[in-house]
Design a protein around this ligand. Sequence first.
Ligand code: HPA
Length: 269
Amino acid sequence: MTQKALDHLIERLGGLAPATALVLGSGLGNLVDRIDDPLRISYADLPGFPQSGVTGHAGELVAGLFAGMPVLMLSGRAHYYEHGNAAAMRPALEVLAGIGITRLILTNAAGSVDPEMPPGSVMLITDHINFSGTNPLIGEPSDRRFVGLTGAYDAGMRAAIEQAAKATGTTLHKGVYMWFSGPCFETPAEIRMARIMGANAVGMSTVPEVILARFLGLRVAACSVVTNLAAGMTGAELSHQETKDMAPVGGARLATILQRLFRDRSLEG
Ligand code: HPA
């Protein structure tokens, strides 16, 4: 299955050889509009890629030049809550590794646990807490499954992203992302717990991809776009519509940072 997608992608990419791939979260898909001369491939043509049913997730791979650098963006991802398979992104990430991607930048929409990090903020993920009770490497038979996650969020990539934020005058928060399985939002009690446990943001994605990417030897960075204060912090009920409506606000900030990151070639080091 992966081999077919790999062969198809290599053929379609022609000479383009991106080293960096991005995964775009809910409401962040319009980053692909910043790619020059985009080559668009539907996940339907890539066996093993997620046929996502979440609204706000397009389900296509877009490749081309971003600020003059070759890039590959995955617009649309599989979430654990869609089917109960934490490893649903494994084939897609294997294909990326197969075409020579060495760096992965993951993005997501998240709830903020910190009143000082309001909706519209961007948070560079420094570490995570896997609160889902599952792991995408369950069932992996080889000893390679014992992946170390001490340095999962690559120090060099983080420094480059911080530098790009600074250069563009964009506020970049830093913090710990806590993975809840979803699909329902958390309760106010769970958010109080998350805060005590050291989380700064909560969300329903990214962590399984970080684990799989480290398993595959990719360098990883991840950023959250805050769409809401988490459950119980405002008294208002949360909704997916709010996530979709608010993601583009922080998404525009994140796009500014990423464009500078690519323009400055600062990931190369
Ligand atoms: N919780 C979990 N996932 C989310 C949230 C949230 O408050 N906002 C956006 N994604």
